[in-house]
Ligand binder design. Structure first.
Ligand SMILES: [Zn+2]
Length: 410
């Protein structure tokens, strides 16, 4: 087998002709890199990179270009080719299509698709080390691959029960609005911003026919979400997500703890976890701490019981859940804990929406909550997303249910 055929096989690209294969000095450091000279074959040459139409040539562009591809063994490897420009009647003057890379990309399909698959399946730090790419390059690759994949299927088809959520992605009140399919747990849509205009963009993309098929829309207590849903999908029951409601109770509990344990120091830290965590997750020390609170701080213990009882409402569901909720509101109102008296007012105001949640038959929130937690975790990672688009692309890649295969695998 000739060397060029071997490399043709290795690169796995249709429509590419291999020329010279040489070792050359590494432009970014010591050592050498492998450079494979390539060109598009007669059928793929001279086409517009956007629409693939055969177009008249324009000029030679900026000369020779290199595209990073996957390593050959341990050696960094590049494809090198002329990059002439063509003139497309629709897209104007632009660099001609090459069969080995996406338009504008500095890496090949092979490297980009491998990178995206790894980013979906392993820690990003490991991906950057393994592929010798910066975090910023990985983020740009993920954005391109996701755009390619989401263009192929409509993520918004078949939605009936969705959750709408706002997620803070950076300090200084920068938010994303995310839409999750409750039935599959998939993230189906996300956009920067959190207001009526942002959410209206989602319903515009969904369109009136599919909006009319929505039966349940869950959200937190944000009125702007409710208002848009009432307008665009009036038939859908608006539900309050249980984890938001339980979070309100946890916050109220935290206020009671700070108010009643102001000077207790270390004991306070123990107490915090003892009352905030779910009973099943408590350590032996925390159980002891809880037992102490029961006798020494009856206010905090009462607050703890109220939080746990509210969790029980959602665990119970249905008609019985409704009754428990009524009992909870009455109990919280006369709890003599101002934090829970206030929460009782809020919950009373949203009672109908919570009833809707309690009757959302057979839908578990587990998967959509997991997606939510995952996106929140993404926003907390230290890499620093340079743009909301990069974060959205990563979230779509890992939680959007996109079909992504390793290149060359069947
Ligand atoms: Zn074109």
């Amino acid at each position: 087998m000739r060397k060029t055929r071997v490399f043709g096989q290795l690169m796995g690209v249709q429509g590419m002709v291999i020329g010279d294969v040489t070792m050359q000095p590494d432009p970014d450091g010591d050592g050498e890199v492998l450079v494979v000279s390539v060109r598009p074959d007669a059928r793929s040459a001279g086409r517009c990179a956007q629409c693939r139409r055969s177009c008249p040539g324009y000029d030679a562009g900026v000369g020779t270009r290199r595209w990073r591809t996957v390593d050959t063994g341990t050696t960094r490897t590049f494809l090198e080719a002329a990059a002439p420009r063509v003139q497309c009647p629709d897209h104007g003057v632009l660099v001609a299509h090459v069969p080995w890379a996406r338009p504008g990309a500095k890496c090949t399909y092979l490297l980009e698709d491998t990178c995206a698959w790894l980013a979906k399946n392993m820690a990003l730090t490991a991906v950057t080390v393994f592929l010798r790419l910066s975090w910023r390059t990985v983020a740009a690759i993920v954005a391109r691959v996701v755009q390619d994949l989401t263009g192929k299927t409509d993520q918004l088809d078949g939605l009936t029960r969705i959750g709408i959520d706002e997620i803070s992605y950076r300090k200084g009140h920068r938010y994303l609005t995310c839409v999750v399919d409750h039935d599959t747990g998939r993230l189906v849509w996300a956009h920067e911003g959190r207001n009526k205009d942002t959410l209206t963009l989602f319903f515009d993309a969904l369109g009136p026919t599919r909006s009319a098929l929505l039966t349940h829309v869950s959200a937190d207590g944000a009125e702007w979400i409710h208002a848009v849903v009432r307008e665009k999908a009036p038939q859908a029951a608006i539900c309050l997500d249980p984890f938001h409601v339980v979070m309100w109770a946890t916050k109220a509990l935290d206020k009671v703890r700070r108010r009643t344990l102001e000077h207790a120091g270390d004991r306070d830290r123990n107490a915090r976890w003892a009352v905030v965590k779910n009973p099943d997750d408590l350590t032996a020390d925390q159980r002891q701490s809880l037992a102490t609170i029961r006798t020494t701080n009856t206010a905090l213990y009462r607050a703890y019981l109220l939080k746990e009882q509210l969790r029980a409402v959602f665990a119970t569901q249905g008609r019985r859940g409704e009754q428990l909720l009524g009992g909870w509101i009455a109990w919280a109102r006369r709890s003599r804990l101002p934090e829970f008296v206030a929460l009782a007012r809020t919950i009373k105001r949203f009672q109908q929406l919570i009833w809707n949640t309690l009757h959302k038959h057979g839908v578990s929130n587990a998967r959509s909550e997991a997606t939510n937690t995952h996106i929140r975790a993404l926003t907390k990672r230290a890499y620093g997303y340079h743009s909301p688009e990069a974060l959205i692309a990563m979230a779509m890649l890992t939680r959007g249910g996109l079909e992504l295969e390793l290149p060359g695998r069947k």
